[in-house]
Design a protein around this ligand. Structure first.
Ligand code: FE2
Length: 205
């Protein structure tokens, strides 16, 4: 298992999960929650060695969404989004708050808004997310976007946090011809990483 490689430890992810669990327990409103969670996510993006190699693997045809942790009360979930070269999402929404933190490579996000007929139209310029940077989405801030790997020749990885068990949320994609189609994303992995084997912590002699 790559997770047990010398010098690697999943402790940063565990620390992030613990801090976020404490944060949501205080039931902050969305602006307060995003303000407090953003620096926690930034800290997780400093060094990517905590991410198990199994959960950083691209798929040749489409992006992958690996569940790293789901809160037992489904108040939040943490996901690694792995983009193969040139891969992109459809235009989609989230329905809950989300934070997107760039871990490796870069991605481009184009916001959309709905016109009077419910057709999704690009809104503003695409935003490029570089390693260490964090972007927020939510119904309050703007919830519809299309995201793509900014690179055609390499893998990019972002770490996402959402205010629900995002793989189970009933959401929508917005086809170019108009209207919306329901979708539930699910996850690419049948197992989640073990956060709790503290014998692997780097501080352990
Ligand atoms: Fe998204």
């Amino acid at each position: 298992m790559t997770m047990s490689d010398a010098g690697t430890t999943i402790a940063p992810l565990r620390d992030f999960v613990v801090a976020l669990t404490e944060l949501v327990a205080h039931r902050p409103d969305e602006p307060a929650l995003l303000a407090a969670a953003t620096p926690l996510l930034r800290r997780l993006l400093v060094d990517e060695r905590w991410l198990p190699a199994e959960l950083a693997q691209p798929h040749p045809q489409h992006y992958r969404q690996y569940l790293l942790h789901a809160d037992p009360l489904e108040r939040f979930s943490v996901v690694s989004f792995v983009w193969g070269p040139g891969q992109a999402t459809p235009v989609h929404d989230h329905t809950v708050w989300g934070l997107i933190g760039m871990l490796r490579g870069a991605e481009e996000s184009q916001r959309y808004t709905l016109d009077g007929d419910g057709r999704a139209l690009p809104h503003g310029e695409p935003v490029r997310l570089e390693p260490g940077e964090v972007e927020a989405v939510s119904p309050r801030l703007g919830d519809i976007h299309r995201v793509r790997n900014a690179f055609d020749d390499r893998v990019s990885i972002s770490i996402h946090v959402y205010g629900a068990n995002i793989g189970a949320v009933r959401r929508s994609v917005y086809p170019a011809e108009g209207g919306r189609k329901p979708f539930v994303s699910g996850y690419s992995n049948p197992w989640v990483p073990n956060l709790w084997d503290r014998s692997k912590d780097s501080a352990t002699p």
